[in-house]
Write a protein that binds this ligand. Structure first.
Ligand code: MRU
Length: 351
């Protein structure tokens, strides 16, 4: 059963990509309209739109915007494709870890290359496909929610890290989609949300969207999870993913690995909720996942205010990789994949 979420994070409207500006939540709710390829590159890079499935759709919209930019340039079909490919590569370079971006841009480029046609017709087709992918994202999340809800114990307190919610997708969410579906069946479940330093997606975004839906949520700082697990106060962990390797190793927001280790130690089931588009079967293990290095200011400053001494060294990886041995199951739109993940992932891809 679906628990409706009113949030639509990204939407194609009048030849523009309209999105919620996530850099200013929860202080201010504002949408912005992105109308150029370059605008989309920076919307992704600067995290106006963020979360793996949402930046995938942003990539699909981005290719549609690129096509619109090229439409009136009097290009032949092959010239159009070659220019579109360059713009697609540019879009893909905006953020490296979430494979959904690459996946969605490549899907658009494959469609463009499938069959030669007049450029005007192709532009329309790319726009239609971007809208189709946008709608499918919500449907996929609801399916994941239904599968995931089946493994949530009655009255459970569920810990989540970062924001894998409606704001990280077109709507409904992956990990928070599971929580929404579980809450629709059992309104005694509760959520613990990790603050998620340095950018505080848990504090700023997860608490914002869950409290709007009336789902009881407790905010904790990142270092508190082991303490609450040791007290038996967390019954399950569910997080999203940015890229999953063919063996199940999973990249997600920095700090996820620590939560997974703690969950294993305390016998708390640890689940990933992610669509199949987040699984990169071209890489064997998590060692091959590129990890984004983000600006030092994210660590040195909170809300524009410096919180450490000048001259200190900073290192700021945006993601870490949770080894597959620590994962109880991967909740997808095709059901819950279980260990041995190499085998269950292979089967999910029909290989
Ligand atoms: O840097 P972000 O905010 O884009 O990172 C987001 C995450 O790590 C999410 O957990 C992940 O993308 C899954 S979103 C459904």
């Amino acid at each position: 059963m679906a628990f409706e979420s009113k949030i639509k994070t990204i939407e194609w409207v009048n030849n523009a990509s309209k999105m919620i500006d996530q850099t200013i939540l929860p202080y201010e709710f504002k949408t912005v309209e992105v109308t150029t390829t370059e605008g989309m590159y920076f919307a992704i890079k600067d995290m106006i739109v963020r979360g793996a499935p949402a930046i995938g759709i942003a990539g699909a919209h981005g290719v549609a915007l690129s096509a619109l930019e090229l439409k009136d340039k009097n290009l032949s079909y092959s010239e159009f494709i070659s220019e579109l490919e360059k713009k697609g590569e540019y879009l893909k370079s905006s953020r490296p870890t979430a494979v959904n971006l690459q996946w969605a841009v490549d899907k658009q480029l494959e469609l463009a290359k499938k069959e030669e046609m007049p450029v005007g017709k192709l532009v329309d087709l790319l726009i239609q496909n971007a809208v189709k992918m946008e709608n499918e994202d919500i449907e996929i999340n609801k399916k994941m929610g239904d599968y995931g809800a089946e493994v949530v114990p009655k009255g459970a307190t569920i810990l989540t890290h970062c924001n894998a919610g409606a704001l990280a997708t077109v709507g409904y969410g992956t990990a928070l989609g599971v929580i929404r579906s579980a809450y629709a069946k059992d309104n005694t479940i509760k959520v613990f949300a990790d603050e998620t330093r340095p950018r505080q997606q848990g504090a700023r975004l997860t608490t914002w969207e869950l409290t709007q839906d009336g789902i009881p949520t407790t905010l904790i700082t990142d270092g508190m999870c082991s303490y609450f697990m040791s007290k038996g106060m967390i019954n399950m962990v569910v997080v999203g993913a940015d890229r999953i390797a063919a063996n199940g190793d999973t990249a997600n927001k920095i700090g996820t690995y620590t939560v997974a280790i703690s969950a294993k130690y305390h016998n708390v089931p640890f689940y990933i909720a992610a669509p199949l588009s987040t699984i990169d079967i071209s890489i064997k293990s998590g060692k091959e996942i590129p990890i984004e290095e983000r600006s030092h200011e994210e660590v040195t400053h909170i809300n524009g205010k410096r919180v450490c001494a000048e001259g200190v060294n900073i290192i700021n990886p945006g993601f870490d990789v949770t080894p597959h041995e620590l994962i109880s199951g991967i909740i997808t739109e095709k059901g819950i994949l279980r260990p041995d993940f190499t085998e269950s992932i292979r089967k999910a891809f029909g290989k």
